[in-house]
Design a protein around this ligand. Structure first.
Ligand code: G16
Length: 549
């Protein structure tokens, strides 16, 4: 009887949120992402799946984030967060895809029942769900659909609505809620701010207050989080937020934000016209729409040229700094911590070369934080960053244990250990986090005594281009080898390589986007014009292969 009541209430909810015809959903790089108007049925069904997952894990808290991050404002999306604060276990992604594509209420109900059986979910278990959304105008309607999905289970589901907040704060709250030792932090926005403010204050000590930092918030939720955080931090870091128009229609990610800066390799016009970077030594950074990515930049003093300090530059500076700290910590041989870096194919060739020439191991994986995160867990200290500024640094449990148990032989070693532990508190251990990464960069710069140009001086990026190509059907493009090569359409990879060989230091690859309806082409080469021409040539090949002339 109980089960029949549940199925009835699923049917009632599903009838309110029918699946639109002729739409095929896929749980992609960062969950479901498409035009917001196509998403209500998906949100309802994601609610069902999240509850199944929580019940399957005996009531562990599962997170749900409603955001489309860097995508244009009319898009929205949803992704699930596992109890550890990481992305949903990939083995459950197909279940999300299957549920979202059931064409009718009847098929949804039978698929739900089959899934619950197949996954051995005891529906009598409790479930705990925490959710949040970014500032998109479509958010409230989608949250309603999600809540309808959660409520069909009645009192067995406890919900915690975080309201409007960043993706990384949601991940933090999930991780902290599930941490039974209560060591990770208090599972609230305030707990997040307090934890980071404390670690940052330890790291900066009497090195503050630091030089002012200008932060482009992409007119998104980062503006809200940044304000809350700086209120909690005080004057140690004078932060000047820009692009904070979270309620202006059409402003989100428009001509600003981390994705704009990285792909256009230029200042957001608003930052340019504000003149904040014209003072020598000034630096600024841009968040993306849900504040899980960050890139920095400045104007070079002689020619006022734009200089980008992207995810690769962050990874290199941070990895080198952590290696130095590990050396200074002088842990005994058996506890010597191994620092490694994880990148994707988008990493600039110069960054990889720089790291390997300094004996820092580098792993290359497919795009998507879940891939980087897992590879980074294989190091004691795993630094992972996508070139687009999405990343973090993971400290393994054994690394933390070794640091806590160490008996330092000198004040220098004691200081290095204290700083390493403070970094492990400052850096979001669940996912890439613009706010936390901003503080990480500022702390490293302060310790090195560097400005932006000193940071930039490490290596020179190879000129590169990133092109979005719209094609009728991106699913014909299938990538392999950490997405560095195509296996389909047949013969295309050979053609790409033939073109590539004509360019000095030429490297290019093609992959279908998992968040936008396009194919991405990356190209780098020795000179700017060669990078440009290589990108154009490969773009032509992609167009031709997809039937466009
Ligand atoms: C998401 C993912 C990132 C990925 C980006 C672009 O970022 O979390 O790992 O680099 O999409 O992915 P794709 O090239 O497959 O479209 P965000 O910031 O939009 O959530």
């Amino acid at each position: 009887h109980e089960h029949a009541v549940l199925l009835n209430s699923i049917a009632d909810g599903a009838n309110q949120y029918p699946k639109p015809e002729h739409v095929n959903y896929t749980y992609g790089t960062a969950g479901f992402r498409t035009l917001a108007t196509k998403l209500p049925s998906v949100l309802f069904r994601v609610g069902l799946l999240a509850v199944l997952r929580s019940k399957r894990l005996e009531g562990a808290t599962i997170g749900i984030m409603v955001t489309a991050s860097h995508n244009p404002e009319p898009d929205n999306g949803v992704k699930l967060v596992d109890p550890s604060g990481e992305m949903l276990d990939p083995s459950w992604e197909p279940h999300a895809t299957t549920l979202s594509n059931c064409p009718s209420t009847e098929s949804l109900i039978s698929t739900f029942t089959t899934l619950a059986n197949h996954l051995r979910v005891d529906l009598h278990q409790p479930a705990n769900i925490v959710y949040a959304r970014d500032t998109r105008p479509s958010g409230p309607e989608l949250i309603k659909a999600l809540e309808t999905g959660l409520r069909v289970f009645g009192d067995s589901v406890k919900i915690n609505d975080l309201g409007v907040t960043t993706t990384p704060i949601l991940h933090y709250v999930v991780k902290a809620t599930n941490d039974k030792t209560a060591e990770y932090g208090v599972p609230t926005k305030e707990g997040y701010n307090a934890k980071m403010a404390k670690a940052f204050t330890t790291l900066i000590g009497n090195k503050g207050p630091l030089a002012p930092l200008y932060v482009d918030c992409a007119n998104g939720v980062g503006a809200v989080a940044l304000k809350d955080f700086t209120d909690a931090l005080g004057d140690l870091l004078p932060v000047h937020p820009l692009n904070t128009a979270t309620t202006t229609q059409g402003a989100l990610n428009h001509m600003c934000g981390a994705d704009f800066v990285k792909t256009k390799q230029a200042l957001p016009p608003s930052v340019h016209s504000s003149g904040v970077l014209s003072k020598p030594g000034s630096r600024a950074c841009s968040f993306d729409g849900d504040a899980d990515r960050i890139v920095f930049y400045y104007l070079n003093e002689e020619k006022a040229n734009f200089r980008l300090l992207d995810g690769d530059k962050i990874a290199v500076m941070v990895a080198m700094f952590l290696v130095d700290l590990v050396v200074k910590a002088k842990l005994d041989e058996e506890h010597r911590l191994k620092v490694g870096v994880v990148q994707t194919a988008y990493a600039n060739g110069s960054s990889t070369k720089y790291l390997t020439s300094r004996n820092i191991p580098v792993t290359c994986v497919s795009t998507g934080v879940k891939h980087l995160h897992h590879a980074a867990q294989r190091y004691d200290i795993g630094v992972y960053f996508e070139a687009n500024g999405h990343g973090t640094v993971l400290f393994s449990d054994s690394a933390i244990k070794a640091l806590k148990a160490a008996s330092p032989q000198s004040p220098d070693a004691a200081n290095a250990i204290k700083n390493l532990l403070a970094f492990s508190e400052l850096i979001n251990q669940a996912v890439g986090d613009a706010l936390s990464d901003m503080l990480l960069v500022e702390a490293v710069l302060a310790h090195r005594g560097w400005g932006a140009s000193d940071w930039d001086a490490g290596y020179e990026d190879l000129p590169n281009r990133l092109v979005k190509v719209e094609v009728p059907d991106r699913s014909i493009f299938v990538a392999t080898d950490a997405e560095r090569k195509l296996t389909n359409p047949p013969g295309l990879q050979e053609k790409i390589e033939e073109v590539m060989r004509k360019y000095e230091m030429g490297r290019s690859f093609v992959r279908p986007s998992g968040t936008e309806d396009c194919v991405r082409v990356y190209a780098e080469a020795k000179t700017n014009s060669e990078a440009e021409n290589l990108a154009l040539a490969i773009t032509d090949l992609v167009r031709f292969a997809s039937g466009q002339s």
